[in-house]
Ligand binder design. Structure first.
Ligand code: SAM
Length: 211
């Protein structure tokens, strides 16, 4: 499969819908984020190894999560689990489209070698000031740059980290795996949450330093 065939397949299956998300999939080549030895499989709908026992997520899962998050131009998003940097680049492509207010993606990764990989893969976005990479435990969120319009995670926790619920703006959305379900939480003005669960996905664990 090539990029256009993958996008067409995800659209046909109903996973890719919103024009901004579709354009991001078109503009940000997954092949640029996949290690050399897997480049010929970059547009297969499957997770692929990126080293350190981690993976670049399956395109279908990324499409589904971005469609739930509904990122918009000019927003500030926290991306937990930078890995290869592909999802952060897709987000940067979307939030970076605003003419007036500059959007920003803060992406956190705990494994130093992957931080290095993400930094290299995201260099053009970092240079433009749309992406900042942070090294550390994303389960604590990012107090310094909070509050966020959206928080998205690529690794699964047993329970959603409380810090994320504190660091999301009213009206903001958290999309994250809990167990093997994708959960969407929308924060109401009164601080409570509307929750949607979408079971049947598979994720690497969120490794938290908190005991
Ligand atoms: N979004 C990534 C991409 O586009 O390549 C997917 C990366 S992979 C599925 C999940 C990542 O989450 C791994 O790189 C892993 O090291 C990272 N991770 C796991 N626990 C973490 C934590 N507590 N804080 C930050 N990153 C974490």
């Amino acid at each position: 499969m090539d990029k256009d065939e993958l996008i067409a397949k995800l659209k046909r299956m109903g996973y890719l819908k919103t024009p901004a998300v579709v354009s991001a999939f078109q503009r940000v080549p997954r092949a640029d984020f996949v290690p050399e030895e897997f480049k010929d499989r970059a547009y297969e709908d499957e997770p692929l190894p990126i080293g350190e026992e981690q993976t670049i997520s399956q395109p279908l899962t990324v499409a589904f999560m971005l469609e739930l998050l509904v990122p918009k131009a000019g927003q500030t998003i926290l991306d937990v689990g930078a890995g290869s940097g592909w999802q952060a680049a897709l987000l940067a492509d979307i939030v970076g489209q605003a003419a007036k207010k500059k959007g920003k993606v803060f992406t956190i990764e705990r494994i130093p070698l992957l931080v290095k990989m993400a930094r290299k893969n995201l260099a053009s976005y970092i240079k433009k000031g749309i992406v900042e990479i942070l090294e550390g435990d994303g389960s604590a969120g990012d107090k310094k740059h909070a509050p966020f319009d959206g928080i998205i995670a690529a690794a699964t926790a047993g329970v959603l980290p409380p810090a994320w619920k504190e660091q999301i703006k009213p009206g903001g959305v958290i999309v994250a795996p809990v167990g093997q379900s994708i959960v969407k939480l929308t924060k109401r003005k009164d601080g409570t949450f509307i929750r949607e669960d979408h079971p049947g996905f598979s994720f690497v664990p969120l490794i938290s330093e908190e005991k």
